[in-house]
Design a binder for this molecule. Structure first.
Ligand code: BGC
Length: 912
C-alpha cells in the first residue's frame, strides 16, 4: 500500500471504547468507539473511516478472520460511533482498528486498540456472596483505642482466602470481583491491580459495580491462593453526617463476591468462585472506616495469609450469605487510584515522639509511614488536618470524622504502614508516639482520586491566578472520589447535586470526566421519586428529601453539559425522561410558574456574603433554565413536539420572571449581584433592560470596593456575565482582588485548595464556625471554566458539540500580559493563547482536524491582522477575515496558527 508523505497524513490516536482507553470488562453489548485526530496540515479533516474488529490483534490483517468489518463509511464522525457488528460475547477481548481517509480522499493513518467484555449475562456468575461466620468473632479483641469513637467502629475487615490447584499454566486468567464494602484482591501473595476502594460508591440498592482484572501472570501451575481483604467502606461504615453507620442504609457486615476464570490452551476452562469452601480470619487490620481511619496491629499480621503457605492456622469457614447476586454491573469508568505521591515539605518536632509534617498541599488520600528498628507493640497515631491553628492541627472542622490512623508496630528493621481502606483530606499530619527520629524520607502523602484522565492546562502571567487554577485542580482531584463530593475531610463527603452542576464545566476543562459523570448521573436518576423530584444528594443517604432549586437542576444541566462537551447523545437520551419529569414536577406544584412551592430545603445562593438573594427569584430562574435545556435537548433528540411545548413553557416562565422580579428601571428584585447574574446569564431580561441591569450589577460591585457578594450559585456566573456584557475590566478586577471576599484573599492566607466559604478564615474573625468550614470544597472554584473559556479563550459556538466549532476569544485584561490554555478534547487537541508585547497582540490557536474555529482578535486596527507574518486573509486555512467593532473575526480550518495584530486598547488595568 502506498502512503502519502507522513506530514500530510491524518492520524487517528487516543482510541476509546465507551469513553475509556482499553477498558477491561465492559458491560456494554453495543459499545461506542471513538478516536481523536491529529494532522500537521491545515484544513485536514476526515472524510471516511473503516472499523475492523478481530478477536486477535494479528487477525486484523486477515479479512477472513475478522469479527466485524464495518467497511468504508463516508463520514467525518469520529466520536462515539455506534457498534454495528455482531453481538458481543462475554469475557472476550476484541481488538479493533480504525483507518481514516482525509478530505481529499487520501488514505490517512490507522490506529488500533482493544476492549474486553465483562460478564454480560447474570448466569455467567456462579459465585455466591461470602462473609464472616459470626462464630469466629469472639476470637477477636475489639480495638483498644483511647478515643471513644473507635468503640463505635465495626469489627475488623474480612480476610478471606481460598486455595486451589491449577493443572497447567493458563493462557488467560481473569478475576471478576466486587464487595459489599471496599476490597483489595490478592493472588499468590501479590496484590491484584492498582484500583483503590473498589467497587466505589453507587446507589447500592440499584447497582453494584464489579471489577475485572487480568491475572494471567499471577496464576501458576500447581497450588494457588486467591485472597481478599474487605472493609466496611460505604456499604456499612460511617458515611455523611449521619451518626448511624451505613449499615443502617445498605446492609450489615461486609461481604465478597468473586469469580476467577482460568482458560487453558486446549480450550478448557477452570472457574474458582466464592463459595462455602473459602475461609476467613481477621488479620492485622483491626478496624477500617472511611471517615474514622484505619487501625492496624502489625503483631497480628499472618505471614503468607494470601499465598500457598503450609501450616496456616486459624482460618475458619466463611458463611455463605446470599446466593442471589443483586444488581451487578460492570464498572463503567476508571477506578480510584493513587495518582501521585507528595513528599513532606517540612517536619516539625512538637514534643517527644510527636511531629507535625507539612506536605505543602491540601490533598486527599493517605500517608505512608516508614518505621525503623521499632520494638513490637509501639502504638503510633496519625491525625490529619487541613490547616494549623497556633502551630497545632486544627481538627474542629472535621466534625465527627476522626480521620486518625493507628499503627502498632510488629518490630523489625523496617516497617511500612499505609492504610488502604480509608481516606483523609489533609495537608498536615501529626505523627504521635513515633519511635526514633522522624525525617522527611519516612513520610509520603499518597494522592487518591477517581482516575479521570487529566486533559487541561491553563497558565498566565500572574502567579496568583496560576495558584487559583492550581487550587481549583486540587479541589477537583480530591473531591472526584467515587462520586463528586462536596468535601473530602469532615463527616459529609456526599454527592451534593448543586456543587456538581456548578463545577462540571470547570471539571471538564481539567479532565475527561465524561464516563465519571455519566455513571454518577445514573445515581442521580435512580434517586428521582415518582413525582419527578430529584434528591439533594446522590447516592441518597441521610437526606432523602426533594431537591432544592439549583440542586435538583443538576439532573437536567449535567446530561446537557455531557452532550455539549463530549457529544454523548446516549447519556442525554437516557436522562431525557428524568429531565422532563423534573420540570413537570416543578410546573405541577407551581401553576403560576413562579417556583415557590416544593422547593425542598431551598438553599438560595448558598454561602452568599451579607446579602439575601430572593429564593423564589433564584428558583424561578433555574426553573426557566432547566425548561430551556429540556426544550433544546428534545430538539437534539428529534422529539419536536416536546421541544415546542417546552419552548412555550420557557417563554411563559420567562414572562412570569420578568413580571415578578424585574422592574422598569432594569433593577432586579432584591438587588443582589446573584439576582442580576441569574437574570442576565439565563436570558431573563427584556433586551431593552440588559444594559441598565449591567449598570446596576456593576455599581453594586463597585460600591463594595470591587468585591463580590455571591455564593455557590452566583459565583459561577460572575466573571462570565461581566465579560460578556462589556465589563471585562470588572471581571478582571474581581479575579485580581485580594481583599475579603475574593479568591485572592484565601490565596493570600495560604490556601492551596478552594475554600467552602469566602470567610473560612479572616484576619478579623479567625476561623468560621467549625460546624461548617471545609478548606477543600470546589464550588467557588467554578471560575475555572472562565479562565479556560475567556481568559485564555477556548470555547465553542452555541450550536457546537464536542468542540466541533471552536469559539476562540482571547480576552486580554487585568494585570495579565499573556495567558494560554490547552485541552485534549474528545476531538483532539485544542489550544489558545495570547500575549501582549511592543504594542502587538499575538494569538496562537490549535484547531483539531475536522473542526473549525471562529477566532475573535481584539485589535484597534482590523487591517493589521497577520497570520505567520503575512496578511491573514491570504494564508492557508484562513477561511475568512471580518472586521468587527472590537477588532477582527477570523474563520479557521483545522491547524495550528500564529496570528498577530496591533494590540487592543486596554482601558483599565486592575490595581497592582
Ligand atoms: C455541603 C454543600 C451543599 C450544602 C447544601 C453543605 O453541607 O457541604 O456543599 O451543597 O450543604 O446547602
Amino acid at each position: 500500500m502506498t502512503r502519502a508523505v507522513n506530514s500530510l497524513l491524518l492520524h487517528p490516536y487516543a482510541l476509546q471504547t465507551e469513553q475509556r482507553s482499553e477498558p477491561l470488562g465492559i458491560g456494554e453489548r453495543h459499545p461506542r468507539l471513538s478516536w481523536k485526530l491529529h494532522s500537521d496540515r491545515r484544513g485536514a479533516a476526515q472524510s471516511a473511516y473503516r472499523i475492523t474488529v478481530a478477536e486477535r490483534a494479528a487477525d486484523l490483517d486477515d479479512p477472513t478472520r475478522l469479527v466485524w468489518d464495518g467497511g468504508r463509511q463516508e463520514s467525518g464522525v469520529s466520536l462515539l460511533v455506534p457498534w454495528d457488528g455482531p453481538t458481543l460475547k462475554s469475557a472476550l477481548r476484541y481488538h479493533w482498528r480504525v483507518e481514516v481517509w482525509d478530505e481529499t480522499g487520501t488514505t490517512g493513518g490507522t490506529a488500533q486498540s482493544w476492549f474486553e467484555t465483562g460478564l454480560l449475562h447474570q448466569d455467567d456468575w456462579s459465585a455466591v456472596w461470602v462473609g464472616r461466620d459470626p462464630v469466629s468473632l469472639p476470637h477477636f479483641d475489639p480495638p483498644q483505642d483511647d478515643d471513644p469513637e473507635s468503640s463505635a467502629l465495626q469489627s475488623p475487615p474480612l480476610q478471606l482466602r481460598r486455595a486451589f490447584d491449577v493443572r497447567s499454566q493458563p493462557v488467560r486468567a481473569r478475576l471478576y470481583a466486587t464487595a459489599r464494602g471496599v476490597y483489595e484482591p490478592h493472588l499468590n501473595g501479590s496484590r491484584i491491580g492498582a484500583a483503590e476502594l473498589s467497587p466505589g460508591w453507587t446507589e447500592y440498592h440499584r447497582r453494584l459495580q464489579y471489577q475485572t482484572y487480568d491475572v494471567t501472570d499471577l496464576v501458576t501451575e500447581g497450588c494457588n491462593v486467591l485472597a481478599a481483604i474487605v472493609a466496611d467502606g460505604w456499604w456499612c461504615g460511617y458515611i455523611g453526617f449521619d451518626p448511624r453507620r451505613a449499615a443502617q442504609h445498605y446492609g450489615d457486615g461486609p461481604a465478597f463476591l468473586a469469580q476467577l476464570v482460568i482458560d487453558f490452551a486446549d480450550g478448557s476452562r477452570q472457574v474458582v468462585a466464592t463459595d462455602a469452601a473459602w475461609t476467613e480470619q481477621p488479620g492485622a487490620i483491626r478496624a477500617a472506616d472511611l471517615l474514622m481511619g484505619q487501625i492496624v496491629d502489625a503483631r497480628r499480621h499472618t505471614p503468607g495469609w494470601d499465598a500457598p503457605t503450609p501450616g496456616l492456622t486459624g482460618f475458619r469457614p466463611v458463611a455463605v450469605l446470599h446466593t442471589e447476586h443483586g444488581p451487578l454491573v460492570a464498572e463503567p469508568d476508571n477506578p480510584i487510584r493513587v495518582t501521585r505521591d507528595l513528599p513532606a515539605t517540612a517536619v516539625h518536632q512538637q514534643g517527644p515522639g510527636r511531629y507535625i509534617v507539612d506536605f505543602g498541599q491540601n490533598m486527599v488520600g493517605r500517608v505512608q509511614l516508614t518505621v525503623r528498628n521499632a520494638e513490637p507493640g509501639q502504638r503510633i497515631v496519625l491525625r490529619h488536618a487541613e490547616v494549623l491553628n497556633d502551630g497545632e492541627l486544627y481538627l474542629d472542622n472535621l466534625r465527627r470524622a476522626r480521620a486518625a490512623d493507628v499503627y502498632t508496630t510488629g518490630g523489625g528493621d523496617k516497617e511500612v504502614f499505609e492504610p488502604q481502606f480509608t481516606f483523609h483530606g489533609f495537608r498536615y499530619v501529626e505523627v504521635d508516639h513515633y519511635p526514633g527520629e522522624l525525617t522527611a524520607i519516612d513520610v509520603t502523602a499518597r494522592v487518591l482520586h477517581s482516575d479521570t484522565p487529566w486533559t487541561g492546562h491553563f497558565e498566565c502571567s500572574d502567579p496568583t491566578v496560576n495558584q487559583l487554577q492550581s487550587n481549583i485542580a486540587w479541589g477537583q482531584r480530591g473531591n472526584f472520589l467515587a462520586v463528586p463530593t462536596d468535601c473530602p475531610q469532615r463527616d459529609e463527603r456526599l454527592g451534593w447535586l448543586a456543587d456538581a452542576q456548578i463545577f462540571a464545566p470547570t471539571a471538564s476543562r481539567n479532565a475527561d470526566v465524561s464516563a465519571f459523570f455519566a455513571r454518577w448521573m445514573r445515581d442521580v436518576v435512580d434517586g428521582q421519586d415518582p413525582d419527578g423530584a430529584f434528591r439533594d444528594v446522590a447516592p441518597i443517604v441521610t437526606l432523602d428529601r426533594e431537591a432544592a432549586p439549583a440542586w435538583g437542576d443538576a439532573g437536567v444541566i449535567i446530561p446537557w453539559h455531557l452532550w455539549r462537551t463530549y457529544g454523548d447523545l446516549r447519556a442525554l437520551d437516557h436522562s431525557f425522561e428524568a429531565m422532563a419529569a423534573w420540570v413537570e414536577h416543578i410546573r405541577r406544584h407551581n401553576p403560576d410558574l413562579r417556583w415557590r412551592n416544593r422547593t425542598g430545603n431551598s438553599y438560595g445562593d448558598w454561602l452568599q456574603v451579607g446579602v439575601n438573594t430572593p429564593r423564589d427569584l433564584l428558583a424561578t430562574a433555574y426553573f426557566a433554565r432547566s425548561t430551556q435545556i429540556v426544550a433544546e435537548a428534545a430538539e437534539v433528540l428529534g422529539r419536536l413536539d416536546a421541544s415546542a411545548e417546552y419552548r412555550t413553557l420557557h417563554a411563559a416562565i420567562r414572562s412570569a420572571f420578568i413580571e415578578s422580579y424585574v422592574h422598569d428601571d432594569g433593577t432586579v428584585e432584591g438587588g443582589t449581584q446573584a439576582g442580576y447574574l441569574l437574570a442576565l446569564a439565563f436570558g431573563l431580561l427584556p433586551q431593552r433592560l440588559v444594559e441598565a441591569a449591567i449598570g446596576h450589577l456593576s455599581a453594586d460591585i463597585e460600591k463594595r470596593n470591587t468585591t463580590l457578594t455571591t455564593g455557590f450559585v452566583g459565583t459561577a456566573l460572575l466573571c462570565p456575565v461581566l465579560a460578556d456584557h462589556g465589563r471585562a475590566d470588572l471581571a478582571y478586577a474581581l479575579l485580581h482582588q485580594h481583599e475579603y471576599p475574593s479568591w485572592g484573599h484565601s490565596i493570600r492566607h495560604g490556601a492551596t485548595t478552594i475554600w467552602e466559604r469566602w470567610d473560612g478564615w479572616t484576619s478579623h474573625s479567625g476561623f468560621q464556625s467549625a460546624a461548617m468550614n471545609s478548606f477543600n470544597h470546589y464550588s467557588l472554584g467554578s471560575v475555572g471554566d472562565w479562565l479556560f473559556g475567556r481568559v485564555a479563550g477556548i470555547d465553542q459556538t452555541p450550536g457546537s458539540v464536542a468542540y466541533g466549532e471552536l469559539l476562540l476569544r482571547p480576552l486580554p485584561g487585568g494585570r495579565l500580559t499573556w495567558a494560554r490554555a490547552e485541552q485534549e478534547t474528545a476531538r483532539g487537541r485544542v489550544a489558545c493563547g495570547w500575549s501582549l508585547a511592543d504594542g502587538v497582540i499575538t494569538v496562537t490557536a490549535t484547531v483539531p482536524p475536522g473542526a473549525t474555529a471562529v477566532v475573535e482578535i481584539p485589535t484597534v486596527d482590523s487591517s493589521s491582522v497577520q497570520e505567520s507574518s503575512s496578511p491573514a486573509a491570504s494564508r492557508p486555512g484562513v477561511l475568512g477575515v471580518q472586521p468587527t467593532p472590537a477588532g477582527a473575526t477570523l474563520r479557521l480550518a483545522s491547524g495550528h496558527y500564529t496570528i498577530s495584530a496591533i494590540a487592543p486598547e486596554l482601558t483599565s488595568l486592575a490595581p497592582q
